[in-house]
Ligand binder design. Structure first.
Ligand code: GRF
Length: 203
């Protein structure tokens, strides 16, 4: 089951996918890893695993549309059945999201629909939330607003800061993202009319 993973940074979620496919838990082939940052550590992880990598620096393109067009043609060279955004820090054009509708997932470190956007861990603390977490969702044109597939939650303790929360949430990410990808690869997870379904049940 061919997938392409897009990253901008450390790639610990990519690593979780690599590890689970090596262990045979996840029946996917990561056909390529694409980064918009040349220094993303995730590129090293991909090379270590023998996965082809590409760097497309968004700063080398005249517009968001041009970048997304180049990105799309790089992705589609691999004919992936699923595109996995794993810490890919770019806002995507509507055309791009429409092209991959129902076959592109993202992971966002909050209990969506709460705390869309950046710096979620600090914002959760500032808002004195008692609970935090992470969401895997299908990607739609609107940022962090597609159908939620699965969430994991953790209590916010008085002693927590953005770093301790981020660490805990990351551990949860590495559990739920491979799980969502597994469901999709088994054709149990689908997307229709802006909703996500697992085994035919609306999520
Ligand atoms: C994660 O916190 C993810 O939720 C967010 O970007 C971060 C990526 O981490 N979208 P990593 O590069 O997978 O380690």
């Amino acid at each position: 089951f061919p997938i392409v993973v897009l990253i901008s940074g450390s790639g610990s979620n990519l690593q979780a996918l690599i590890d689970q496919s090596l262990q045979g838990v996840l029946n996917v082939t990561i056909s390529a890893v694409i980064s918009n940052k040349a220094d993303a550590y995730g590129l090293e992880r991909a090379k270590e695993a023998g996965i082809p990598t590409h760097v497309l620096n968004h700063k080398s393109y005249g517009s968001r549309e041009e970048f997304d067009t180049a990105l799309q043609s790089t992705i589609d060279r691999y004919h992936p059945k699923l595109v996995v955004l794993a810490g890919f820090m770019r806002i995507l054009t509507e055309d791009f999201t429409r092209h991959y509708e129902g076959r592109m997932l993202n992971i966002h470190p909050s209990l969506l629909p709460k705390f869309k956007g950046l710096n979620t861990h600090q914002r959760v603390i500032d808002a004195k939330e008692t609970e935090h977490g992470v969401s895997v969702h299908f990607v739609s044109a609107e940022l962090d607003a597609g159908a939620v597939v699965v969430q994991a939650r953790t209590p916010v303790e008085p002693s927590d800061n953005a770093k301790t929360l981020a660490e805990r949430v990351h551990k949860l990410e590495h559990i739920i993202y491979p799980l969502a990808v597994k469901w999709f690869s088994e054709e149990r997870l689908t997307h229709q009319d802006k909703y996500a379904f697992l085994d035919g049940q609306k999520l």
